[in-house]
Design a protein around this ligand. Sequence first.
Ligand code: 5RP
Length: 226
Amino acid sequence: MSQAKLAAGRRAADLVPDRSTLGLGTGSTVRFFLERLAERIRDEGLEVRGVPTSIDTETVARELGIPLVGLDEVDLLDFTVDGADEIDAEYRMIKGGGGALLREKVVASISRREVIVVGRDKVVERLGTTFDLPVEVVPFALPVVARQIARLGGEPRERQAAGGGEYRTDNGNAVLDVHFEGGIEDPEALELTLAATPGVVECGLFLGLADAVVIADDDGTVEVRE
Ligand code: 5RP
């Protein structure tokens, strides 16, 4: 078990305001957040309701007794906690290692406060240097999008399911994990180009969406950056 993920996830749960509507991110760090959140609901009578960003998170939240709500019932979310695969000094991120990037970005876009929970190993100087960029793609368009990405200088690899075979997101789409040698030079330009590429549903660049970052070290020390 990662002490850093545990410490970051639990600290973020302690920041959750009472009577708030929450975005519930996805991943192993968020799992620790959900467990602590459930403790607070049980022990302190914290009143919250959450919008899950994946089927995995929905299942875990239900098991833990965290009240859930649909996007048809909420306009804006008060507070979202989510993980990241990489984050830079400007809080720009790569997300989507768990394949939940589309729902995570929708939820982030309507969150008043997006709090990111990471171990310090996720902090990078340049995006794309330690993690390939996930791009969610309509399966029909995979070869077209892969060729377009190659023209942009990326090396796309279709994600496979654990144990082999076709990988599909919660939305029934494929994922290309794209390697950029030396990292991503201009994340803003790349996001715009990918958004304008037919067949691309969403990419894992999250730019200008994070408001605070909870960074933890392996010894359990936690730093909250606003
Ligand atoms: C899922 C994500 C996750 O937040 C990201 O992959 C981090 O996961 P973990 O906390 O397990 O390292 O973006 O799509």
